[in-house]
Design a protein around this ligand. Structure first.
Ligand code: PNW
Length: 476
């Protein structure tokens, strides 16, 4: 056979072509139907915390426009949609009975998706802890994990009969280490011990939540977690750089997948953080709880990390792409240097590196043999602007998606059991500390009129979804 004939990039027929969002980033309606503030309401309303003081008060008003948004997904040809439930909308104080009006919103949304043949995937926690639970200590306190299990049960009772795909937590690394370590995310605390305690209690919440879901739902439903597992590369093969990469890998990945997949924290993590914490908050039986059976693993991927050992301590703003803070999100690793990976970057400053996604999928194929994988987030921010004719052309995003979906395809060909891909994000939205300045959407949102306009990448992606083939990059 001539080797010049490329094999077509065809995906399995059952492959899910999805898009993802999260509650605080899109819903708005923050004071409606009994919702109370979450830590992101408090944080975004605190001067100096978000770019331009922007908040999710209105966001893209999805709470009122969800029908239009679902129609758009259907028109594009998406087969799945990943969204999150706002905890303080369904259980305002984080305790006690559910608020029916809050649950009803998600029921209407799910019914609308199902009516259009779109599979819902529900994330229970995408960073918006009810403020009252933070006031009681937040994720560094054990009780928050117990409260999460109760909340999981409430949502399972309401939606378990019609939603088959469940995700307990989104990116617990961000909640723990950006929320309590570097402080660039809510609640904005900067205490390395609190960050590690938060990591353990998020793990515990995952395990308790997964068991609560399992007990409350039909057996056909699938339970997963979404990790922003980092691809950590050493700057050189020097033993000191390899050791630095190992430590960051433990703090980025092993701290979550260790207990979740294997029932233990990596010894190397415990050793390397001994000067920060004694881990005495890990109680007997916790690790077995965290190790609750999973049906799939969700991986969110944007860019790899490149690290080296630094001689002595490094202070000041860090080049790790995690926002500007004097405080490190890497407890006990102040002597590790982060470098910019060479190559083109997106508007976030994140280097475009599809090989990282391939490596990540192959790594978890080894780390979790037999566990189906989903890419639960992948995408790029660009400074999109409508042309005079109102169309929005985003060829860079098409190239980004083409590169990363090709990497997914290559991983599948090499034995990774990848069942679906969720583009981040369906539409432009509130990009956390960056406010509305970073546009990740396949659909453009005019922040004045809130009008939605599919970008050319949305058309490109929709064609991939409808055909199971990646269209050529210049085809739309
Ligand atoms: C993820 N980091 O956030 C989130 O799950 C989304 O809500 C978010 O909009 C998207 O990716 C784009 O940023 C991250 O600093 C935020 O490593 C920060 C980091 C990673 C992911």
């Amino acid at each position: 056979m001539p080797d010049s004939v490329p094999s077509p990039v065809t995906f399995p027929p059952a492959f899910l072509w999805g898009a993802a969002t999260s509650a605080y980033q899109i819903e708005g309606a923050v004071q409606e139907d009994g919702r109370t503030p979450s830590i992101w309401d408090t944080f975004s309303h605190t001067p100096g915390r978000t770019a331009g003081g922007e908040t999710g008060d209105t966001a893209v008003d999805h709470y009122h426009r969800y029908r239009e948004d679902v129609a758009l997904m259907a028109e594009l040809g998406l087969t799945a949609y990943r969204f999150s439930v706002s905890w303080s909308r369904v259980q305002p104080t984080g305790r006690g009975p559910a608020v029916q009006r809050g649950l009803d919103f998600y029921r209407r949304l799910v019914d609308e998706l199902l009516a259009h043949g779109i599979q819902p995937a529900v994330t229970l926690y995408h960073w918006d802890l009810p403020q009252e639970l933070e006031d009681a200590g937040g994720w560094p306190e054990r009780d928050t994990a117990l409260r999460f299990a109760d909340y999981a049960r409430l949502v399972a009772d309401a939606l378990g009969d019609r939603v088959e795909q469940w995700i307990t937590l989104n990116e617990p690394w961000c909640s723990a280490f950006l929320g309590y370590g570097s402080g660039v995310h809510a609640p904005g605390r900067t205490d390395p011990v609190a960050a590690l305690r938060a990591a353990h209690h998020l793990n515990l919440a995952h395990g308790l939540g997964a068991s609560a879901l399992r007990a409350a739902m039909p057996a056909r439903n699938r339970i997963a977690v979404s990790l922003n597992s980092s691809v950590v590369r050493p700057l050189s093969q020097d033993p000191a750089d390899l050791a630095a990469a190992r430590r960051i890998d433990d703090l980025a990945n092993g701290v979550f997948h260790g207990p979740m997949l294997h029932g233990s924290y990596p010894e190397s993590l415990l050793d390397a953080t001994r000067s920060v914490t004694d881990w005495s908050y890990v109680l007997d039986g916790d690790l077995r709880t965290v190790n609750a059976p999973l049906d799939a693993l969700g991986l969110n991927y944007y860019t790899p990390a490149l690290v080296s050992a630094a001689p002595g301590e490094v202070r000041g703003p860090r080049a790790d792409g995690h926002g500007a803070s004097e405080h490190s999100p890497w407890p006990g690793a102040d002597d590790v240097l982060f470098h910019q990976t060479p190559g083109d970057r997106t508007e976030m400053g994140w280097t475009i590196d599809p090989t990282g996604l391939y490596d990540l999928l192959m790594r978890y194929t080894r780390e979790a043999p037999g566990l189906p994988l989903y890419v639960t987030e992948n995408g790029a921010a660009y400074d999109d602007k409508p042309d005079p004719d109102g169309r929005v052309h985003d060829p860079e995003r098409i190239a980004y998606l083409h590169g990363h979906l090709s990497a997914v395809h290559r991983a599948i060909a090499d034995g990774a059991d990848v069942r679906g891909y969720f583009l981040w994000s369906l539409m432009d939205n509130f990009e956390w500390a960056y406010g509305y300045g970073k546009r990740f959407g396949a659909v453009y949102v005019d922040y004045g009129s809130l009008e939605r306009t599919p970008k050319s990448s949305a058309r490109w992606y929709g064609e991939a979804a409808r055909t199971g083939l990646l269209p050529a990059v210049g085809s739309v």
